[in-house]
Write a protein of this length. Structure first.
Length: 145
């Protein structure tokens, strides 16, 4: 199974959270997007939706981070992260950044960097997906506000 290693930095309070989790890639129903997902029992996780805009497989290269629900950008990525600090859960979506995708013999490697705002606090994410296998099943990947 593939893995993601993530570092979350909260500017307020100088909190840094690091975690490593198993990860899997799934095609979205309709084959216009790829979902990279990872989560653990504590509540840490990173979710990346790569919107590649056509029916072929996603192409290697940069995907700019777009806002959730952006349906006009043909190639982009939605990124969300959830993390724990002690017993408190935090989460946010990136509003700027890049996902650099590399296809590697039936699996995916991706580097995610970007920033977002969570509870009026600037937060940065750096995550590395390493050799994430493509699952046989596909999933619905619709954004619903």
């Amino acid at each position: 199974m593939g893995k993601v290693r993530a570092t979350v930095v909260r500017r307020a309070g100088n909190d840094t959270v690091r975690f490593a989790l198993p990860a899997v890639a799934r095609r979205c129903v309709g084959r216009r997007a790829l979902l990279l997902e990872s989560a653990d029992y504590r509540g840490n996780g990173v979710l990346v939706l790569l919107l590649h805009g056509d029916s072929s497989a996603p192409r290697p290269g940069p995907y700019p981070v777009t806002l959730l629900g952006d349906s006009t950008t043909p190639r982009g990525a939605n990124v969300a992260v959830r993390y724990m600090i002690r017993d408190a859960a935090y989460g946010y979506a990136l509003d700027r950044g890049t996902v650099e995708l590399t296809a590697v013999r039936g699996s995916f490697t991706a580097r995610v960097t970007g920033d977002g705002v969570e509870a009026a606090t600037q937060v940065s994410l750096a995550a590395e997906y390493d050799r994430v296998p493509l699952a046989a099943d596909s999933v619905p990947c619709r954004y619903q506000p």
